[in-house]
Structures are given as C-alpha cells and as structure tokens.
Design a protein around this ligand. Sequence first.
Ligand code: PRP
Ligand code: URA
Length: 209
Amino acid sequence: MGQVYVMDHPLLQHKIAMLRDRDTGSKEFRELVAEIAMLMCYEATRDLPLQDVEVQTPVAKANAKMIAGKKLGIVPILRAGLGMVDGMLNLVPAAKVGHVGLYRDPDTLEPVEYYCKLPTDASEREIFVLDPMLATGGSAAAAIQFIKEKGVQKIKFLCLIAAPEGIKRLTAAHPDVDIYVAALDEKLNEHGYIIPGLGDAGDRLFGTK
Ligand code: PRP
Ligand code: URA
C-alpha cells in the first residue's frame, strides 16, 4: 500500500512560502522549484537499495556502500513538471528522463494526453513522476497509468503542493504509488485551483498567462 509523505522540513516550508508569494517572479520561482525538488529528492530516495563495495582510499581499503542495480528514471508531467527535473538531476545525475505531456481541459478539468516518451529500459527502473501541483489528481493518475502501461512497476510521485481531493483520487487510482508532497493545502476552488496554492505553476515557471 502506498504512503503519503508530507515533508515539513523548515527549508521546504520556507521555500514553499516564497513560491506562493504572488510577487515572486519567474526567475526566482524557477530557482525555488529546482531547490525544492532537490530537497524532496533527497528524502524520496531514502529507501534506495545499497550494495557493498570495496574502495581503495589513498591510505587503505574501505568497505563502503553504493546504490545497487539499475539507476532511476525521472518523468516530469509537461509542462510544469519540467521545473523539477534539474533539481532531481543534481542529486541523481545518472537518471534517465522521460516525458508525459498532459494538459487539463479547462471546462471538464480532465487530462488530455499529447505526448509520452519514456526511456527504453523504463520498466527496469524505479520511476519518479514529477508535477508541482496535484489538484483534482486527474493529470497525475492518467500519467501514472500511461507509465504503468509501458511496464513500469515501481513508481513514486513527487509534487510541491497537493489538495486533499488530488491525494484521494491518486491513492484510489494507484494505491501502490508513494506520494511525496511539500505542502498539503486546504481545498480546490470551483475552477480546480488549489487554495491557497500558488496559482498556475506552468504560467509562473515560464512567464506565460
Ligand atoms: C497543471 C499542473 C498539473 C495539473 C494539475 O498543469 O502542472 O499537471 O494542472 O491539475 P489536476 O491535478 O487537476 O489534473 P496544466 O494542465 O495547467 O498544464 P501546464 O503544465 O501545461 O500548464
Ligand atoms: N494547476 C496549477 O498549476 N495550479 C493549481 O492550483 C491547480 C492546477
């Protein structure tokens, strides 16, 4: 059964507060998203399996540990998930990166897929799906469904801000997926925006409207 981890580290809370601020411009917003993703990556990779290795230091042999098996895969949900990729790659530079393109139909709020390209060996990797916002949960649930249909078995979902509605939908659709969030907000408004949230993550990252 998947778990929901709400990360409340002071650095995360501080950076999330800055992200929410409507006066934070795109440059600073992008930097903050990358920094938060890096901090979240540190925690979300806590259970990676290790293997024993022997390393020759300048003075002696050391029994040490390194990450075992295939490395990770990272799959941002386009567009806004792109903002989290560099932060993840800072810590796991060997990860391969796939992309799932979805947008939310503004009337139905249901996700519409327009792109899906994963690493060829995705099914042998643990995949971290990235999206700053989990609102109704439709986009994340659909993206994870596409990824599972390519044979991927181990998936974690990382988002910056989630609404309770999104957590409920995602855990119901994919009970095997662990969810990592930096802030769990109050609710959605009638347009499907997270309250208080941070507005439209894609627009704030890329300076569009
Ligand atoms: C945003 C966000 C998520 C989705 C969350 O993307 O980045 O992908 O909405 O909403 P949901 O949980 O209700 O599905 P959007 O559709 O605005 O596309 P964009 O990233 O291209 O701006
Ligand atoms: N997508 C966003 O970018 N923000 C929200 O609040 C909800 C969906």
